[in-house]
Design a protein around this ligand. Structure first.
Ligand code: FO1
Length: 330
């Protein structure tokens, strides 16, 4: 691909709700097949005998236009007969599984029990739901996010949903990461020499992106990528748009600022996208910064942010290749 071309393969790293919004914007402004999304599976768990993959499903439903717009997780037009019936039987009802959503968990669990892999299930489901992007779980192996709190060590969904992020976070670990392998295709996507951009979506760095980076090989592939690696900050004006990012940062003794986000990704990212509310931080970032509106209230915002990030990546690539040409000529 010539560097002047504003086309080519793009990889996004993504957790659930916040990240899926930008992934949707990217899928709408890129040509079919140009986007690949590497998704966090640290939130996965076995529940009621089912394999639940919340972030994969959030991205699948969002890209397929099936997601509930209010909750961000699960499906729109959902009914809850299963949960009500389960409650009457005294079953566990702290994790809400809608009737339509249940079909996804049952299908995936059957697929995995028959010897299939999570990545094969994701690829199959992408086709069946008519999605024009590639969706790849970070690993087919079990990597489980464990939140070490002031009370106990909690599996991710027990911390996030059952305890509503209430306990104070002391540390976060990713069980199984050391022996996990990246899912087939993940390293090839990141090391593609003609890749246009790698975009780290505005997902929680500690809960959603770190699990992806914990899988051996992914961090190295990212830092050696020839494409610009750009993070969209999940912080707007000292707050997280949704979810516990700011709360966790404070509990881990970190300031809720652009500087902390830059420090977290140091050595991995080439550039940063921040909201206008944090525009004053740009000069101190020590990296190229795009200041724009990062809040995505609707699909127009998602497409606009996606286009802005891609233009920024293309400009960075052009500048790099101009510098390479100039130093070769010198
Ligand atoms: N989040 C909640 O806050 N409460 C729930 O009961 C809940 C159920 C649920 C079921 C399926 C699914 O795919 C996601 C679900 N989520 C629920 C979201 C999920 O826990 C989190 O958003 C992610 O794991 C964090 O990215």
């Amino acid at each position: 691909m010539k560097t002047s071309e504003r086309t080519g393969q793009v990889v996004a790293l993504c957790g659930g709700i916040g990240g899926a919004k930008l992934a949707l914007g990217l899928s709408r402004v890129l040509a079919p097949g140009e986007l690949s999304v590497i998704v966090n599976t640290g939130d996965d768990f076995e529940h009621l005998g089912l394999h639940i993959s919340p972030d994969l499903d959030t991205v699948l439903y969002t890209l397929a236009g099936l997601a509930d717009p209010e909750r961000g997780w699960g499906r729109a037009d959902e009914s809850w007969n299963f949960m009500q019936a389960l409650g009457r039987l005294g079953g566990e009802t702290w994790f809400n599984l809608g009737d339509r959503d249940l079909a996804m968990h049952a299908a995936r669990t059957a697929f995995l029990r028959a010897g299939g892999t999570l990545s094969a299930f994701a690829a199959d489901t992408v086709r069946k739901l008519g999605i024009h992007a590639h969706l790849v779980p970070m690993s087919d192996d079990a990597v489980r996010t464990i939140i070490e709190t002031d009370e106990d060590d909690l599996p991710f969904q027990h911390y996030f949903v059952r305890r509503r992020c209430d306990p104070v976070v002391k540390a976060i670990r990713f069980e199984g990461a050391r022996s996990a392998k990246p899912a087939p295709g993940v390293l090839a996507l990141l090391t593609n020499p003609t890749l246009r951009a790698v975009i780290i979506c505005p997902s929680n760095p500690y809960l959603s992106v770190d699990p992806i980076l914990s899988v051996p090989g992914i961090r190295d592939a990212l830092s050696s990528s020839r494409a610009p690696v750009i993070v969209v900050s999940p912080i707007i004006g000292g707050h997280a748009v949704k979810g516990p990012t700011a709360k966790i940062m404070k509990e881990l003794g970190l300031s809720v600022t652009t500087e902390t986000i830059v420090a977290h990704y140091r050595g991995l990212i080439d550039a940063l996208v921040i909201d206008r509310a944090d525009g004053g931080d740009a000069a101190r970032a020590g990296l190229p910064v795009l200041v724009t509106q990062t809040l995505m209230k609707d699909v127009v915002d998602r497409e606009r942010l996606a286009s802005a990030v891609l233009d920024f990546a293309d400009d960075l690539r052009l500048t790099t290749s101009e510098m390479e040409r100039a130093s070769a000529d010198a």
